[in-house]
Design a protein around this ligand. Structure first.
Ligand SMILES: Nc1ncnc2c1ncn2[C@@H]1O[C@H](COP(=O)(O)OP(=O)(O)OP(=O)(O)O)[C@@H](O)[C@H]1O
Ligand SMILES: [Zn+2]
Length: 659
């Protein structure tokens, strides 16, 4: 990197970094030490205690401050003469428009969610600024380069669907602890503390529809003046006792499975013991925020017995209602919310006990519920270094030397870092080419609102959409809209497509546009009468859109990642392994035509897609496509080689063994 050309490219460059987390902090330091002099960083977050042991630039005293600013200040201490501009903001804010992006020579992503990644991808395409994208999860990582017209864009390849579980497994027949976690987090927690209007399968217990109680939902409402202890016990008995009894009555289900046992609170925790359960001292900060603290349970790595789980369950519920009443109705599970994690751990454990599944500690449960794969600082550092290498190549316009690089957990063909030539843009990508999409939809039944939520926002990732039919504007979002327009659009949202002021029926074309992203899609409408409720739960099917097909299982519920900002299209699909074909590179020679499959980790920064983190820890394997795919094996010893991605001026990558 010492050449004059390098240093000129670096010195003259204006660089935008998005994300100042695990990768971002490393990246900022590496950029500064590599000679970059004009760096801008956007991060929307403030520093939390949980960031401290993962991000080396952050200290206890920084808690609550902007990540971008603290990272900037830390680096300026050892590179005081360079310019670092920090923005404590969401990259999706309208200030960060195409003009803003145009001022940069290259954009470097250190993000952790699909939503933001897609957004940055579109702005980079619109502004014609190269993007270097990255992600890590544990020992795995990847760095990819996206240059408009030259390489594929971030969205050219389908993204893997999130890990999902059949609804009936979650609601009726769990067999793994992760099923209990999904139930506790996405169903019970959501039902008690989240938006009551959201559909929730909590009371789907068995196929025996006749047995479900008509007023099942009322059970979850706290009755007027109901004592919190009594309310907690009523919920407990309903979900762990009564519901299990109902499920048991469906004998067919249990012919080939172990039967669960109903659990009632008074059996586990008799009344006389209740008094020992949680004397909430509201003057004590810790015990009002944590059921564990309130109950004197100290070690998060301990596995609580059924009695302790019952106490935590009742205590956490009480604490939500006493101390966080205002949030009830709006809460969604957050892995950094201690009380939420305690409640979910206890509920999952009680359900696990009922189904004879081994119980887990809070620490383990948190990892599973938050899809946490613990970050490996070295991987972040390697990835940050690779980002800088690619950024320099981009600045030098060395198109032929661009590489997508994968960090692997286990050496494959002696390589821990696997460089791969980038693909050309995918001609059928609706983001970087103008390929129209087609949508099968029942135009007489589906409302414009369904189309906006399920397709435009969730699938196409638009933030500020505008929808046109011919010259008629059907919907738009914006701060400067007049009241009558807003009223019009709101009314349109509630109309079915065929009854809109400009009726949308089969054979028509809709134009959907996001002005901020400068992204336009033409969607050809095909009317279809019926949809399979289980296989096509959206009641509409978009095709030509690059998302990997979902797993071929029936009705499912997904385990979402806390970091995801898109509910219907979780950013962090579980098991982020997408097999892609890559040309194999070995010992500096590209072997055309020799293909293998590589896992892709492009979804995550903490690419922590393995929801059942305890059961499924990233066993990505390279898988050969061709049996006779015999690469240049001139290096046959068994030691693991560390691959140095060096000599990027060549149009091949070179591997150099470290002693
Ligand atoms: N839309 C966005 N705009 C700006 N910054 C974002 C956006 N989405 C994510 N980020 C930032 O990207 C960074 C990702 O870093 P990382 O994956 O290390 O997450 P983290 O929050 O530092 O760690 P963890 O999620 O494991 O607690 C975070 O600092 C996050 O605030
Ligand atoms: Zn594309």
């Amino acid at each position: 990197m010492g050449s004059l050309q390098h240093s000129q490219a670096i010195k003259g460059a204006k660089v935008l970094m998005v994300g100042a987390g695990g990768i971002g902090c490393e990246l900022l330091k590496t950029l500064a030490l590599s000679g970059f002099q004009d760096i801008h960083i956007i991060d929307m977050d403030t520093i939390e205690v949980s960031n401290l042991n993962r991000q080396f630039l952050f200290r206890q005293s920084h808690v609550g401050q902007s990540k971008a600013k603290v990272a900037r200040d830390a680096v300026l201490r050892f590179r005081p003469h360079i310019s670092i501009t920090s923005y404590h903001a969401n990259v999706k804010d309208c200030n960060f428009n195409v003009d803003f992006f145009k001022q940069f020579n290259v954009v470097l992503n250190g993000l952790d969610n699909l939503d933001a990644r897609r957004h940055v991808n579109r702005l980079c395409l619109a502004a014609e600024v190269p993007l270097v994208e990255s992600g890590t999860t544990g020992f795995l990582g990847q760095v990819t380069v996206h240059v408009k017209g030259k390489t594929e864009c971030y969205e050219c390849q389908p993204k893997p669907a999130p890990k999902t579980y059949p609804v009936c497994t979650i609601t009726s027949t769990p067999s793994k602890f992760v099923h209990c976690i999904v139930w506790a987090k996405d169903l019970l927690f959501a039902k008690l503390f989240g938006d009551r209007n959201q559909e929730n399968d909590l009371n789907v217990r068995s196929n025996d529809a006749a047995s479900s109680s008509e007023h099942a939902d009322d059970v979850f409402e706290r009755r007027e003046d109901e004592d919190l202890e009594q309310y907690g016990r009523r919920i407990y008995d309903h979900v762990f006792g009564y519901n299990i009894e109902l499920a048991l009555s469906n004998e067919e289900t249990w012919k080939k499975r172990n039967k669960p046992r109903p659990i009632y609170s008074r059996v586990v925790l008799p009344d006389r013991m209740t008094q020992q359960n949680g004397n909430v001292d509201k003057t004590d900060d810790l015990s009002s925020a944590s059921a564990m603290a309130s109950l004197g349970l100290k070690n998060p790595q301990d596995i609580w017995c059924l009695v302790e789980n019952t106490r935590v369950f009742l205590e956490a519920l009480k604490l939500f209602f006493t101390n966080r009443k205002k949030e009830i109705g709006n809460l969604s599970f957050d892995k950094d919310d201690q009380l939420a994690v305690e409640f979910v751990t206890a509920a999952a454990n009680i359900r696990a006990a009922s189904f004879n599944i081994p119980l887990h500690s809070l620490f383990e449960a948190k990892g599973i519920a938050g899809n946490i794969v613990h970050a490996v600082a070295t991987t972040n550092a390697i990835v940050a270094g690779l980002i800088v290498i690619e950024a320099i190549k981009v600045l030098k316009k060395g198109t032929d030397s661009y590489r997508m690089t994968y960090c692997l957990e286990h050496p494959s063909k002696k390589m821990l870092l696997m460089p791969v030539e980038p693909f050309e843009p995918n001609k059928s990508c609706c983001v970087c080419s103008e390929t129209p999409l087609s949508l099968e939809i029942n135009t007489h039944r589906s409302k414009l609102r369904d189309f906006v939520e399920k397709i435009v926002k969730a699938k196409l990732g638009m933030n500020s959409p505008l929808i046109m039919h011919g010259s008629a504007l059907l919907y738009e979002v914006g701060d400067d809209l007049e009241e009558d327009m807003i009223a019009n659009y709101t009314a349109n949202l509630e109309k079915v497509l065929s009854e809109l002021p400009s009726p949308v029926t089969g054979g028509k074309m809709l134009i959907v546009e996001d002005l901020q992203q400068e992204f336009t899609c033409n969607i050809y409408i095909k009317h279809r009468e019926e949809f399979d409720e289980e296989k096509e739960p959206d009641g509409m099917v978009l095709s030509g859109w690059t998302q990997a097909p979902p797993e071929k299982k029936d009705d499912k519920t997904s385990i979402g990642n806390g970091a995801s900002t898109s509910k219907s299209m979780p950013a962090e699909p579980v098991d982020a392994q997408k097999d892609i074909e890559v040309k194999e590179i070995s010992d500096g020679t590209t072997s055309p035509g020799k293909k293998r499959k590589l896992p892709e980790f492009s979804e995550c920064s903490t690419l922590d897609q393995s929801s059942d983190a305890d059961e499924n820890r990233n066993h990505q394997k390279i898988q050969k496509l061709d049996d006779d795919d015999d690469i240049n094996n001139d290096n046959n010893d068994d030691d693991d080689d560390l691959v140095m991605l060096d000599h990027w001026d060549n149009d091949t990558s070179k591997k150099q063994r470290l002693q």
